[in-house]
Ligand binder design. Structure first.
Ligand SMILES: C[S@@+](CC[C@H](N)C(=O)[O-])C[C@H]1O[C@@H](n2cnc3c(N)ncnc32)[C@H](O)[C@@H]1O
Length: 445
């Protein structure tokens, strides 16, 4: 379902998974299934062995683009010794296959890894390249690192915040059991399956389905049942219809796009006027759902599956085309006058964005600043706080061009705070804001 798209943040990501399910079905190229024995014999060849040192245990943080396409199997079949704190013991022998490669390239090798004890028995199956798996192991995402304060925080907040219930016209949904404070993180969920986009794009459909089914079947019983119990989207094939309706795409620390099924988050329905958003922690491999308005007991928790800023008709078409459902959210069913008011505002926003770009290009910075300020106001009216860091960035850029360093710094700082709040800690916007602030500090020192 969702993707960490959200431009940088998260909601637009919502889209990719449904799209991926469709596009991956259409765009599969032949995969070369490979037995573990054959894979291991490949790994032991001299030319491959010479690359070993560059693969696993990447340092924390952003990983370079220069990484190799293949790595030895991480974990107990690989080179990470058992005593390493990051070591992981897979519950089943990894099932591996090589993707098609150009003649002079080492093929990427994708494997299915299952760790049944992940997060205190939640379990996880990952289908990804040995490189990505090695990075995950190296980052230490598998061992449990329970947050000792979490239970106390939950108790102080009034106990479990939500429950899954039947929602008329939408199947199941998530409803608040108590008041949830603005900015409260009230759901933390982990992927049951996590699948590399490259595997989805390269594997033959029947092979892809078989591997994903095995990935689900290897999960601990409770998690497996929850995955099979999720709602189904279009599609003849069970795993396609589960993934198509319930996955979030997330970018791992090495920049690789993956699709994950987070069984709890997958129960959250869409609204064009959401009251919650999510962010993905690459280090903890967790989705955190955050309230961005106060939510009352009994309110449904809703996130947006569509890219932000689309107009009424576009949103409905988007959900129909990519998700296969007619949206029943409050904004889509609001009185005609409210819809056209909102539509008018969004149309005006698009026109203002164009005018802003033109003004910036032609050097009318003062005018561009006024328009960016108005756009900020619109994001508030339309309940789209996720867009605010973007306009803070724009304002920082415009003030910089105008030579007003104090205001440039002020807005760059606000943008950075926004990216930290709404985005995942490693996304590009965050880095850009950080660099801009650093650059501004350097010019002023
Ligand atoms: C990720 S699931 C959400 C949970 C789902 N309702 C369930 O029963 O598990 C996505 C599916 O929920 C339904 N859904 C979500 N938001 C909706 C909305 N605004 N209007 C109608 N159906 C919606 C659609 O069937 C969609 O394919």
């Amino acid at each position: 379902m969702h993707a960490d798209v959200f431009d940088p943040v998260s909601m637009a990501t919502v889209t990719t998974a449904a799209e991926f399910a469709r596009s991956s079905i259409a765009a599969m190229t032949p995969a070369l299934p490979l037995s573990v024995q054959l894979l291991l014999s490949l790994l032991l060849t001299k030319s491959y062995a010479s690359t070993l040192t560059q693969c696993p245990n990447k340092p924390p943080g952003r990983l370079g683009e220069d990484r190799l396409r293949t790595c030895p199997l991480p974990g107990d079949l690989g080179i990470i010794p058992e005593h390493e704190p990051t070591a992981v013991s897979w519950s089943f022998a990894p099932r591996c296959m090589a993707a098609p490669a150009k003649p002079d390239e080492v093929p990427r090798v994708d494997c299915l890894f299952t760790a049944a004890d992940f997060r205190n028995g939640h379990g996880i199956s990952v289908v990804t390249s040995t490189t990505a798996a090695s990075n995950l192991v190296g980052l230490g995402v598998f061992p449990d690192s329970p947050d000792p304060a979490a239970a106390a925080r939950r108790r102080a907040a009034g106990g479990r915040a939500y429950e899954v219930v039947d929602v008329p016209g939408k199947g199941k949904g998530v409803v608040a059991r108590r008041k949830i404070r603005k900015d409260e993180i009230f759901i933390v969920d982990y992927p049951a399956v996590l699948i590399g986009i490259d595997f989805l794009a390269d594997a033959k459909p029947h092979h892809r389905r078989r591997v994903i089914k095995q990935a689900i079947n290897q999960l601990p019983e409770r998690t497996r049942d929850r995955v099979y119990g999720l709602s189904r989207g279009d599609g003849t094939y069970e795993v396609d219809s589960i993934l198509g309706a319930n996955s979030n795409s997330v970018t791992l620390a090495d920049g690789e796009l993956h699709v994950g099924v987070f069984p709890e988050v997958a129960r959250i329905n869409h609204s064009c006027r959401p009251n919650a958003y999510y962010r993905f922690s690459q280090r903890r491999l967790a989705i955190e759902v955050v309230a961005y308005v106060p939510i009352e007991a009994g309110d449904e928790i809703l996130m947006s599956y569509v890219p932000l800023g689309l107009k009424h008709d576009e949103r409905r078409k988007y959900l129909r085309d990519n998700w296969g459902f007619e949206c029943r959210c409050s904004l889509c069913h609001a009185p005609e006058s409210e819809i056209s008011e909102s539509q008018g505002r969004r149309r005006q926003m698009n026109e203002m964005k164009q005018t802003l770009q033109d003004a910036r290009r032609d050097g009318y910075y003062k005018e561009a600043i006024t328009i960016a300020g108005d756009l900020l106001q619109f994001t508030e009216w339309e309940g789209m706080p996720l867009l605010t860091p973007e306009y803070h960035d724009t304002l920082a850029d415009l003030y910089l061009l105008k030579g007003d360093m104090a205001n440039a710094t002020r807005y760059a700082r606000m943008a950075l705070n926004g990216w930290v709040q709404f985005g995942s800690v490693d996304d590009d916007q965050l880095e850009n804001s950080r660099r801009l602030l650093q650059g501004l500090a350097n010019t002023q020192s």
